[in-house]
Design a protein around this ligand. Structure first.
Ligand SMILES: [Zn+2]
Length: 330
């Protein structure tokens, strides 16, 4: 189900109706906006067997197989932990990050070059496309230069600037933005879950993926509340408290990188929301905890959280050091 993003959806549908589909699209925008969901719906739309007007029908064999990810002409490529001697013997995942390697791209190109099973479209989604290694992007570029007739690629990313300019110039860009409140409310009501609606909306800030997480898991909701209250403690504490918080976090989480990335996204939302309040975009409320910060300080923290999260999830920078630097600034 697509929540919001009707402009992007109509644009894609029209390009099919007019016979002007691109060989490669780039869906870019923040995490949890629903880029991949829309991409999968588009794959169904292109392959749906129903003759009715509303496509995808979500009922025919193709739609169902695509939903189950078993449709033979549809591939999703995602980042994996690449075998790396340096990381092999590490006890935890402090220094290992995921990538999309050249082998994954070579296998994909081979698949796309074979005849399609269904005689419709062959489609590949490359999720977190910015995590393609340099070699993988170059290999991918060769394919973009000579696309095959019935193959369509959808690259998904929150960091388009990490893709090679030569890749960027060969894809049709479609940007995604936070979804309007009324669209999210419609979804929440359709699920018949009326508890904490207003609060879920405030937390999610236009991100349907976050709404779905919060509705599906009471744990996600309490986890969010816990993370915010910890952040507020950090803001009001000295440096040794802050470093202790980090030390405990590393000890308690076997997948520290994943955990910290989740935490940083929540922090980012928290400060961004304050920024919106200060800029008077939202109705005035008072966050007493953030009162001591100037507007420029809030903006500085937002940028720092963003760059820290980006560095630890895409490079081999020491995550502990990076978070310590951030904790000093907050
Ligand atoms: Zn269908």
């Amino acid at each position: 189900m697509i929540i919001g993003h009707q402009k992007q959806w109509q644009l894609l549908k029209k390009s099919k109706e007019k016979g002007k589909l691109s060989h490669a699209y780039l869906f870019s925008g923040e995490e949890k906006l629903g880029k991949k969901t829309l991409a999968v719906e588009f794959v169904k739309f292109l392959n749906c067997l129903d003759s009715g007007k509303i496509k995808p029908c979500n009922n025919c064999k193709n739609c169902l197989d695509i939903e189950k990810r078993i449709y033979p002409d549809f591939v999703i490529i995602e980042p994996v932990f690449l075998q790396n001697e340096k990381n092999k013997n590490k006890k935890n995942s402090l220094n290992s990050s995921k990538s999309i390697g050249i082998k994954q791209i070579k296998d994909l190109i081979l698949k796309l070059s074979l005849r399609s099973f269904s005689s419709l479209y062959k489609i590949a989604i490359i999720d977190d496309a910015h995590l393609m290694t340099y070699e993988a992007q170059n290999c991918f570029l060769k394919f973009l230069e000579e696309p095959k007739g019935d193959a369509i690629l959808i690259l998904i990313t929150s960091y388009p600037e990490m893709l090679l300019p030569t890749v960027l110039s060969r894809v049709e860009k479609i940007n995604f933005f936070p979804v309007e409140k009324k669209e999210i409310e419609k979804y929440i009501f359709s699920k018949k879950q009326f508890n904490n609606t207003e609060e879920i909306f405030l937390i999610a800030k236009g991100k349907p993926g976050t709404v779905i997480d919060l509705l599906n898991s009471p744990d996600a909701y309490s986890n969010y509340k816990k993370t915010i209250s910890e952040l507020e403690n950090i803001i009001n504490s000295d440096i040794s408290f802050r470093f202790n918080y980090l030390k405990k976090l590393i000890e308690e989480n076997s997948n520290f990188l994943l955990k910290i990335s989740e935490i940083l996204n929540i922090w980012l939302n928290y400060f961004r929301y304050e920024l919106l309040l200060r800029l008077n975009i939202k109705e005035k409320e008072n966050n007493k905890i953030l009162q001591k910060y100037s507007l420029s300080k809030i903006i500085k923290i937002i940028n720092l959280i963003q760059s820290t999260n980006f560095l630890i999830s895409t490079t081999n920078v020491n995550p502990k050091l990076a978070i310590e630097l951030l904790l000093i600034e907050i």
